[in-house]
Every structure is written in structure tokens, then in C-alpha cells.
Design a binder for this molecule. Structure first.
Ligand code: ZN
Length: 487
């Protein structure tokens, strides 16, 4: 085998040289003692010439072997034909299901050039599309790392929030609908509740006409103030349609943060939290009640302020009832499940963590507290369930054991051990169940609406189910519904 041998280039050159000396395919095939069909395959680049044949062909055509093997096509036309041939054999062209363009002498060079340019553009589009999920994941991972470095605290946005609140004479306590409306007016916006807002949008801002469109009815489980404040935040922060995934994610984090900082202002929340810490009575519920916000907003604000102002490292988890992570943040070294690229959204949380245990608790009104012994140490966690239009989610705030003493409910009587990511912790079904159902079940995953959960993740080679499916749950379900007996 000759290393630099390109069958297509060599084949074209053979055809060109053969035509130049006025030989037909059969003529040359005859001189070589081969069938014309064989030579035709060679000329079309579908078969390689053996070393001996190469010498024979070169001899018959009156050229050197090196001349046949030269990678440089003789003419612009030959170059175009080779490029077209190659493009039409590509997986992209094949996937289009088009009949290949036959390369005839009558085909103008310009036609070939145009087809090549179109195919090359199409390939670029495909490459960009294919690159998006991984790019999105990397952008997400790096943004998470940045927020972790900053203790989930954005000082400049806290200042922006304080300035805005001062402008509308906010004095403390829950931010009323009225003050929110004043804020919109102060920023020069009018608010319009409409019935035909596109289903894919939460709000729509007309930057030119300074109009903010909101739906007539707010989504179940969502604070209508948040929707408006996030829209205002986007305008205040001068967000423009994002150019790439990174800016899209950053804008989301920023407008979310600013809306939270307006609902639970740092100036009044920090003294409240500090005094609670002194009394060892820190609680997310109290923050929620003091500002009349959702548990999620309170938990989010707690993580914004806890490290910066209270010196407490924390983690935050929003987990769908299916067990998959919708949102997560940590700077207390708790180890979240993650894919090889560092994405945690869409990953299944350990069954023994508070974020999942809380779903089994009947009383959904009292705060749930739990101690969990994890491979990296013991963690204290408080969880609450919030039901939305997209299902039930658990919202958890936790910290490493040495900091648990500042929280109300630190003397949790619930204690569990988790050895995840060890497969034997909770991912591998109990042996009896596995023996009964392995190979006899085909669960179909329910992907939740989180941004990343719908992106394809590499399936675990040891799992019996697609990513996002809890095998144990699937088997238990079958166990119950099949009466437990063998077929
Ligand atoms: Zn586990």
C-alpha cells in the first residue's frame, strides 16, 4: 500500500491521461489484461491499483508512476470534478437522498462551483447545529464555576437593585404589586396584560415603544411580580437578543438575580438573616414569609447572601419529581451527580438525599430537614415541595455539618447514608428485583422541561434504562402492577 495513494485523484488522472493519448477504456483494459469494468472502477476512484498494476498503467500511458501518484490535479476542471465527486460521496450528501449530479463534459465549471459552495454552506450549518449542545454545556459549566467563585453573590446587581428601590421610595417588607408598577413607570415602561402572548414566552418587551407585554394569567406556582421584574431587569441591564449560548445563560442568571434582589433586598434581608443566625434560627421559610415570595425565590436569595454575609457555604437544588436536577448551585463541596462534561441538569439525584426523600413525606406544609452522610462528609438539608404547571419540584438548601448549627431544624431526626456516585448506593436495583426484571422491561424516559434535560446525554453503560429513568422505580412499578408473579 502506498501511503499517499488517493484513489479518486489517481483514477481521474488515469482517465485524463488515457483520453490524452486517445485510448478507450477497453483499449487500456486490454493492454493491462483486465476487464474494462475493473478499469472503470479504478478511474472512478472506487478501486485501488496494486503496485504491479500501477507500473503497467504508467507504462501503457507513457508516464512515470510518480506522475500517476502526484496529488496535484492537472487542471482546474479536474480539481473541480474531484471535489464534486468527493462531496457527492459525503455522508451529508447521502443523507439528502438526492441523485448525484453526473459529471459530463457539458457541465459548466460554474455549475460545479455553485453546487460545491452550496454543499459547503450546508455542511457549516450542520456543524454549528451539532456543536450547540456541547457548547451549551460548556458555557453552562463555566458560568456555574464563576458563580461558585463569587459565592453566588453579584455585588453590582445588589447595588442596582438598591438604587431602583430607592427611586420608588421602597421602605421595606414585601414588594407590593403597586411598587413594582411604580418601578416600571419610573423606568418609562407601560404594562400590558394580553391574552395572545406567544406560548413560548413569559413576557415580551417592546424596547422602542417601552411596553412590556405580560400574560393575562400567570403560570401556576409562579409569582407574577417575578415575571414583570425579570422583564424590567432585562431592560435595565440593557440585554439584547443573545448572540451565543454563553450570553443567553448569563442574561438569564442576571435578570433572575436582579428580580430576586428587588423582591428580597439585601439591605433589609441581611440584618434579618444575621439576627436569625445569632439565635441559631436561620430558616428559608422565615425569609419567604418576611418578603411574601415563593420558596424558590427565598431559597435562591438565601444562597446569594449566605456565603457573602453570613460566611456559610451552601448548596441549592431544584429537583423534579422524576428525580432529575432542574437547577443546582453549590460552594460547600457537596458532590452533585454530573455528566463527563460537568453538566448537572438532567442528572438523577441520589434517592437518599433530602431533595428526593421529601417527596415521600406526607406533610407537605412543614419544613423537611435531613442529615445525610455523603462520601465527602455529613450535610444538613432542608427541603420543600413546590407544585407548578410542569409538575412538582423539591427545593432544597443545605450546608456541610459544621454550619448546620445556625439553622432551625438542625436536630433533624431523619438521617440517611448516601454513597452515590457508587452504583451500588441506589442506582442498581436490589438483586431480587433485578433478577426478576432485567431484560424484561423497557421504560421510556420522561424528560423534564429543564433546559439541559432534553439534551442527549451519554447513556450509562451499566444502566438498564435510558438516561433520566430510575431503574429501581421502574422495576418497582412493574412489580406492583404485575402482581409480582412470574409470567
Ligand atoms: Zn445514592
Amino acid at each position: 500500500m502506498i501511503e499517499s495513494y488517493d484513489p479518486l485523484v489517481v483514477g481521474r488522472r488515469v482517465r485524463e491521461l488515457r483520453s490524452a493519448v486517445g485510448l478507450t477504456l477497453s483499449d487500456l483494459a486490454g493492454r493491462l489484461g483486465r476487464a474494462p469494468s475493473h478499469l472503470s472502477m479504478v478511474e472512478n476512484g472506487k478501486r485501488e491499483l496494486r503496485l504491479g498494476e500501477l507500473h503497467a498503467v504508467a507504462g501503457a500511458l507513457g508516464v512515470d508512476v510518480a506522475d500517476l501518484l502526484s496529488q496535484a490535479p492537472r487542471s482546474r476542471r479536474a480539481q473541480l470534478e474531484i471535489a464534486l465527486e468527493r462531496a457527492q460521496r459525503s455522508p451529508l450528501f447521502t443523507s439528502l437522498g438526492l441523485a448525484p449530479l453526473a459529471v459530463r463534459k457539458t457541465l459548466p465549471d460554474q455549475a460545479i462551483e455553485t453546487v460545491l459552495a452550496l454543499l459547503s454552506e450546508l455542511e457549516k450549518v450542520h456543524e454549528q447545529r451539532a456543536a450547540t449542545p456541547e457548547q451549551a454545556r460548556r458555557a453552562n459549566t463555566s458560568l456555574r464555576a464563576e458563580m461558585r467563585r463569587r459565592g453566588n453573590h453579584l455585588a453590582e446587581l445588589e447595588t442596582t437593585a438598591a438604587t431602583l428601590l430607592a427611586a420608588v421610595d421602597y421602605t421595606g417588607g414585601p414588594l407590593s404589586q403597586r411598587v413594582v408598577a411604580d418601578l416600571a413607570g419610573h423606568l418609562g415602561f407601560t404594562i400590558h396584560h394580553v391574552g395572545d402572548l406567544p406560548a413560548s414566552t413569559r413576557s415580551l418587551t417592546d424596547l422602542e415603544g417601552r411596553r412590556i407585554y405580560l400574560p393575562r394569567q400567570s403560570e401556576a406556582g409562579r409569582d407574577p411580580r417575578s415575571t414583570l421584574l425579570q422583564a424590567l431587569a432585562g431592560a435595565v441591564l440593557e440585554h439584547r437578543p443573545p448572540e451565543d449560548y454563553e450570553s443567553f445563560l448569563r442574561q438569564r442568571v442576571e435578570s433572575n438575580y436582579l428580580a430576586g434582589a428587588l423582591l428580597v433586598p439585601q439591605a433589609t434581608a441581611v440584618p434579618l438573616l444575621k439576627s436569625a443566625k445569632e439565635r441559631r434560627e436561620l430558616s428559608v421559610e422565615d425569609l419567604r414569609d418576611a418578603y411574601a415570595v415563593t420558596y424558590e425565590t427565598a431559597a435562591h436569595r438565601f444562597t446569594n447572601l449566605a456565603t457573602e454575609h453570613l460566611g456559610i457555604p451552601v448548596h441549592f437544588l431544584k429537583v423534579h419529581e422524576s428525580g432529575t436536577i432542574a437547577k443546582a448551585y453549590e460552594n460547600d463541596d457537596v458532590r452533585f451527580p454530573s455528566d463527563p462534561l460537568g453538566t448537572v441538569e438532567g442528572q438523577l439525584v441520589c434517592r437518599f438525599w433530602a431533595a428526593r426523600r421529601v417527596f415521600a413525606v406526607e406533610d407537605r406544609f412543614s419544613p423537611y430537614h435531613q442529615l445525610t452522610d455523603k462520601p465527602g462528609g455529613t450535610y444538613w438539608c432542608t427541603s420543600s415541595i413546590q407544585t407548578t404547571g410542569r409538575g412538582a419540584f423539591s427545593l432544597s438548601v443545605g450546608t456541610s455539618f459544621p454550619h448546620a448549627k445556625w439553622f432551625r431544624g438542625m436536630d433533624a431526626d431523619q438521617r440517611f447514608t448516601s454513597t452515590c456516585p457508587d452504583e451500588n448506593c441506589c442506582r442498581t436495583p436490589p438483586p431480587a428485583l433485578a433478577q426478576r426484571w432485567a431484560g424484561r422491561a423497557l421504560p421510556s424516559p420522561r424528560l423534564n422541561a429543564s433546559l439541559f434535560a432534553t439534551l442527549p446525554t451519554a447513556p450509562s453503560m451499566t444502566s438498564a434504562s435510558p438516561p433520566g429513568v430510575d431503574t429501581t422505580d421502574a422495576y418497582r412499578f412493574l412489580e406492583r402492577h404485575s402482581g409480582g408473579g412470574r409470567p
